[in-house]
Design a protein around this ligand. Structure first.
Ligand SMILES: *[C@@H]1O[C@H](CO)[C@@H](O)[C@H](O)[C@H]1NC(C)=O
Ligand SMILES: *[C@@H]1O[C@H](CO)[C@@H](O)[C@H](O)[C@H]1NC(C)=O
Ligand SMILES: *[C@@H]1O[C@H](CO)[C@@H](O)[C@H](O)[C@H]1NC(C)=O
Length: 353
């Protein structure tokens, strides 16, 4: 694993697919980011991985950095949990800002990680606004749409607009600079970042609170709230599975990405796009960032991606028994505590050969 812009990688990964992993260097803030207070501009140097444009944003919006650190942590958890039953299990962002080669290239996996991290960053900022953590923003203004007769807008909505604005400034900053690295890859990341934010924008629900005499609910106030990060990552996983392979073309004097199989149609702003095909992640291959699935746990009764057939790529699996400890025979004692016993239960586990 090496840093994206390392000369080594520059030569190692082919010229057309270099650089521009810088866009997600900030995921590395999980390591040291929570240890600092983010009250001095020199803290922005903590990550030399932050490109100059991001450093500028950091210096001018120090208070925002807590949300960035939070988003980095959430992104990691969301990615690994969304892919825990897949051959590629998102372990490549574990050591951010040092990324494995699967994320250095324009793969489907990097499409997912970029879109997720940009969505999560905006999510985290939107929430921080509503919870009063940021001096520069607060609750969202009342939605433009008419309130229904049985409620009025009130409460405190997540400030999605501000979140999208600051989030995109930060996420896209690293990609809008002229540096080495292929233009196609930058276009790909910018596009996927936008897809992530679009999914976020679609992940709002209306929540309401009742008022009135003893829960009569004669008055309701409602606000727009973001669904959880897990919902966003599930939506993006669906798009990951249906992602479109694209190629760069010259159109009207500028570079654009078009679907490889169907060049006549433009790329849709709902689809994730990628430039290079990924290996099947069945076997270990350091050059492609594939860990292989040997020793991965699989599910004997499932039929999807986590099934032993698909997870183990047809190699078969080993079965072993494991003792798990559970709380059992719980009893309630007046008043007010519960005691439980500990029971051992034997479960069967399956791991790929
Ligand atoms: C985190 O801090 C340690 C000690 O200060 C340093 O050695 C390390 O390089 C830092 N890691 C990152 C990712 O900045
Ligand atoms: C992902 O899979 C690799 C091996 O294939 C394993 O070493 C690693 O612990 C897994 N990571 C997670 C987060 O499940
Ligand atoms: C295995 O898959 C089945 C069917 O999808 C599911 O009900 C079960 O919870 C899974 N088991 C584990 C250990 O994940």
């Amino acid at each position: 694993m090496r840093r994206c812009t390392d000369l080594v990688v520059f030569l190692w990964v082919f010229l057309t697919h270099t650089g521009t992993c810088t866009g997600i260097y900030w995921l590395g803030l999980t390591v040291n980011g929570s240890a600092v207070k983010w009250d001095q501009t020199q803290h922005c140097k903590l990550l030399d991985e932050l490109v100059p444009a991001q450093q500028q944003l950091c210096k001018r919006n120090l208070e925002l950095m807590h949300s960035v650190v939070h988003a980095a942590r959430l992104t990691k958890v969301a990615c690994q949990s969304a892919f825990s039953d897949m051959r590629w299990n998102c372990s490549s962002i574990e050591h951010a800002p040092h990324f494995a080669p699967d994320l250095l290239k324009g793969t489907r996996e990097s499409a997912f990680v970029f879109s997720l991290s940009s969505a999560v960053l905006s999510h985290s900022i939107s929430r921080a606004c509503a919870s009063g953590e940021l001096p520069s923003c607060s609750c969202a203004p009342a939605p433009a749409e008419q309130a229904a007769p049985d409620f009025r807008w009130g409460g405190c909505g997540d400030n999605v607009r501000y979140g999208l604005q600051m989030g995109s400034a930060f996420s896209d900053a690293a990609l809008n600079v002229r540096r080495h690295g292929s233009l196609a890859l930058k276009l790909m990341h910018l596009h996927n970042n936008e897809v992530g934010r679009q999914v976020l924008l679609d992940s709002v629900e209306t929540r309401c609170k009742c008022h009135g005499v003893s829960g009569s609910c004669s008055i309701r106030t409602c606000w727009k709230a973001l669904l959880g990060v897990a919902h966003v990552s599930q939506q993006l996983k669906v798009r990951y599975l249906a992602a479109t392979k694209v190629v760069p073309r010259q159109a009207h004097g500028r570079r654009v990405l078009v679907p490889r199989e169907m060049e006549v149609r433009p790329v849709l702003d709902t689809e994730l796009v990628y430039l290079v095909s990924s290996p099947d992640y069945c076997t270990f291959n350091a050059r492609h960032g594939s860990h292989g699935t040997v020793d991965r746990q699989c599910n004997k009764t499932a039929s999807g991606s986590g099934s032993c057939g698909l997870m183990c790529c047809g190699r078969g699996y080993n079965t072993y028994r494991e003792q798990v400890e559970e709380r059992c025979h719980c009893r309630y004692h007046w008043c007010c505590y519960v005691t439980c016993k500990k029971c051992q239960r034997s479960v069967e586990r399956y791991v790929c050969k």
